[in-house]
Design a binder for this molecule. Structure first.
Ligand SMILES: [Zn+2]
Length: 318
């Protein structure tokens, strides 16, 4: 899932509450009532992509994106003292090469955004709470739309370019150029997120290491067998992934173990000298991991063997 956070005055935030650290909202307004764009906070899950729209009026711009590091948590204390808040931790903040002005995004993608707004308005159910409205004949930001859901289609509209529109100003041209950079970054982030989701589902959302019982999604990752950066062809493939808990993910990443062609655990030569981890790994040696519906890529496994010095034979078919 992808979300958009609007922060009008990002510079005034205290340490640990800055853009990219977290985002938060009150749970109730001063009259004790909930507000739809605050309630949305509760739907954010760890691993979701969050875009940041910062600044006011003509200076409002998309400045970067982050990954949610936690589900929404409830707090009783905020940066200004006791207060009932929603908060989501963020990680991997990446600023865009240059801020993408909202007014340029609105100009360049005007037709598409209008059509999206209309089709959403005409839905009989599951209407999205959009961060923009058509007001006085213009596409405008909706005041108070603090956090809103961004569908894949809306993402493409915002950061893609409507080929039917010819830019009429230099800033609109700049927006087109930046949009290309942003879009590739977005595609990478969303692709990673989709990969992790598919991999976890392939193993029934449990750590696949023999005998490991971790199934709480906050402690699970969709790990790459062949590294993301090293192997472009395999990067999005579910067969290049293992659902592992944080400990077994790290052990696999460090080469403490690998898997043979029958997906059985093979231990690495290095010892971690850990009285806690070593016996656990040794007990699993030779045992198969939990089988996923989609089998593992032999090519990806061979990549892991080479990277960590395992002398395993990849020549015989699985
Ligand atoms: Zn595990």
């Amino acid at each position: 899932m992808a979300w958009l956070e609007m922060s009008r005055t990002p510079d005034g935030r205290p340490q640990d509450w800055r853009v990219g650290d977290c985002f938060w909202s009150p749970r109730k307004n001063s009259a004790g009532r909930p507000w739809a764009f605050w309630e949305t906070m509760q739907k954010v899950r760890a691993g979701d992509v969050v875009f940041h729209l910062c600044g006011e009026s003509n200076r409002a711009a998309f400045t970067g994106c982050s990954i949610a590091a936690s589900d929404c948590i409830l707090l009783d204390e905020g940066p200004a003292g006791p207060s009932e808040l929603y908060r989501v931790e963020l990680t991997n903040y990446q600023s865009f090469p240059s801020p993408l002005l909202l007014k340029d995004v609105f100009t360049v993608n005007d037709n598409g955004l209008r059509a999206y707004f209309e089709s959403n308005r005409n839905k009989s159910a599951d209407k999205e709470r959009l961060f923009y409205v058509i007001q006085a004949g213009r596409v405008q930001c909706l005041n108070g739309a603090y956090l809103s859901f961004i569908s894949d289609e809306l993402l493409a509209l915002l950061f893609g370019v409507d080929a039917r529109v010819t830019p009429t100003s230099s800033s609109a041209v700049a927006a087109r150029v930046t949009a290309g950079v942003v879009l590739s970054e977005v595609a990478r982030r969303v692709g990673q997120q989709g990969f992790a989701r598919n991999v976890k589902a392939n193993f029934g959302n449990s750590c696949c290491f023999p005998g490991c019982a971790v199934s709480d999604h906050r402690f699970l990752v969709g790990a790459h067998i062949a590294k993301w950066a090293d192997n472009p062809e395999l990067r999005g493939e579910t067969s290049n992934g293992l659902c592992l808990c944080l400990v077994h993910d790290k052990a696999f990443e460090l080469g403490a173990f690998t898997l043979d062609k029958q997906a059985r655990v093979v231990l690495g030569k290095g010892s971690f000298g850990s009285p806690w981890l070593t016996p656990q790994l040794e007990a699993a040696a030779g045992k198969p991991i939990l089988a996923g519906s989609i089998g593992l890529s032999l090519e990806a496994l061979a990549h892991h063997w080479r990277a960590h010095g395992f002398a395993l034979d990849a020549t015989v078919a699985l």
